[in-house]
Design a protein around this ligand. Structure first.
Ligand SMILES: [Zn+2]
Length: 68
């Protein structure tokens, strides 16, 4: 598995949204994370924000379908 310098494995929110478990790589020069599968790149804050947005949307959709 790929590892980045923080020692943590961070999933790509874009790929995660497509049901793919892809871990982000760390770019020393730009000081941000990037994905080797899609064009996603950004700092940890951006990663977390996008992941939160996705999880929130998924939860809402799931709840919507369970009600029916
Ligand atoms: Zn990706």
């Amino acid at each position: 598995m790929f590892e980045n310098k923080t020692g943590r494995l961070i999933r790509c929110p874009h790929c995660f949204a497509k049901d793919m478990d892809v871990f982000l790589l760390y770019d020393d020069e730009k000081d941000e994370f990037y994905c080797y599968k899609c064009c996603f790149c950004g700092d940890l804050k951006k990663v977390n924000e996008q992941m939160q947005t996705f999880l929130k949307n998924k939860y809402i959709v799931k709840r919507y379908f369970e009600k029916k």
